[in-house]
Design a protein around this ligand. Structure first.
Ligand SMILES: [Mn+2]
Length: 384
């Protein structure tokens, strides 16, 4: 049993390759999105296809997923096949707009389906959608793209490509904290098995830096995730993407070293934010009994997920951390096992502009003026 619409998506991409259609690859900027995009781009280009543009939205400026600002800057590329990776399942209005601009949109996502799948998408691949009979529901998005790349490449699939792609898939599976059983267990074994002798220059350079000493492949992979899961974006390209796609060893070493230094810096910033939240909880414990809801204007939105994870792990309570803003408030939520945060957001979606994710990790955005109402709604939800 194959993932629903995966074969049709492979056929559509194959057609686009044959016809030299313009293809736009649009992916979430985290490691799962980046690895998804790199694999699909290399598969398409390996077959002579035309990847016109690669685009990662900047979460601080554009938020998560497909957005109007991005479409505005992409519209001169229309008509084109636009593939959304690791995002898109909740972008109803944006996909409608994309279609009106002349794009044919394919969504490849693994996040929870909200009230419906986007009806203006040409094809939607998401193992969590209704009617999908693929038995394993916990693939990282890169895990889905790995299958897709295999279908698209067909006879051109080789042992070497498999090794190359499964390394990225394993890293993405780890980054997205997907449960390591069934399909993912196999992916992790294969990917970690070849990681330390990877042929990809950027990855090799980073492995060289992080693997100094007696580290196992898993430890190195975990460190790769902490260095690459959040990186800066310039011209809509993440630095992790640049690292993975560099072909010159010397350049790869320079960039890998720079990213490693940046991650050290970011680690300190996250520590500071965690300490600040801990202080808030200590000062007013009665405000944080059922769940933790904290935001500040100075906090960078890209770090809210990491901070929420740490706080949630420690306190075992649903944790919302956000960058507060008058116009836009954006943040992340993490919940302990057994509490579905997408369900909580769904119940309170009247106050939200955008939301989505997995049961234990999701994102949301809203207007500054709605924050108190949103919190009030959550109080009701968590007091049920
Ligand atoms: Mn993902």
């Amino acid at each position: 049993m194959e993932i629903l619409n995966l074969k049709e998506t492979a056929q559509r991409i194959t057609l686009a390759i044959e016809n030299k259609e313009r293809i736009i690859l649009f992916a979430d900027a985290d490691l799962d999105g980046v690895c998804s995009l790199v694999i699909l781009q290399e598969a398409i280009q390996g077959l002579g296809g035309r990847v016109e543009t690669v685009y990662f939205p900047n979460r601080e400026e554009e938020g998560y997923g497909l957005n109007f600002k991005a479409l505005d800057s992409l519209k001169q590329k229309s008509p084109a096949l636009l593939v959304a990776l690791d995002c898109g399942i909740g972008n109803f209005e944006e996909i409608k707009k994309a279609k009106a601009l002349g794009f044919q949109v394919i969504v490849i996502d693994h996040h929870q389906v909200l009230e419906r799948v986007p009806e203006d998408a040409f094809l939607v691949v998401d193992p969590k959608q209704e009617g999908d009979q693929y038995p394993f529901k916990k693939l990282a998005n890169t895990g889905i793209v790995y299958h897709l790349a295999h279908l698209v490449l067909g006879a051109s699939w080789s042992k070497m490509l498999e090794q190359n792609f499964v390394e990225l898939t394993a890293i993405a599976t780890l980054a997205d904290m997907m449960e390591e059983k069934e399909d993912n267990k196999i992916i992790m074994e294969k990917g970690l098995g070849s990681l330390l002798k990877t042929q990809r220059p950027g990855l090799k350079a980073l492995v060289d830096i992080l693997g100094r000493g007696e580290s196992s492949a898993r430890q190195v992979a975990q460190k790769i995730v902490s260095v690459l899961n959040i990186t800066d974006i310039k011209n809509h390209l993440t630095e992790s993407y640049l690292l993975f796609t560099l072909s010159v060893d010397g350049e790869a070493r320079v960039l890998a070293e720079k990213l490693y230094q940046q991650s050290q810096q970011r680690y300190l910033e996250i520590n500071d934010m965690v300490a600040e939240v801990e202080q808030m909880i200590q000062d007013e414990p009665q405000d944080y009994e059922r769940f933790i809801f904290v935001g500040k204007e100075e906090w960078p939105q890209v770090l809210t997920g990491a901070v929420a994870s740490r706080i949630c792990n420690k306190h075992q309570k649903p944790t919302f951390v956000f960058k507060a803003g008058q116009v836009k408030t954006r943040g992340s939520v993490r919940t302990p096992k057994g509490v579905d945060c997408v369900e909580a957001l769904k119940q309170c979606h009247d106050y939200l502009e955008m939301y989505g994710g997995h049961a234990q990790a999701a994102g949301f955005s809203l207007k500054g003026q709605d924050v108190m109402n949103f919190k009030g709604c959550l109080i009701q939800f968590f007091n049920q």
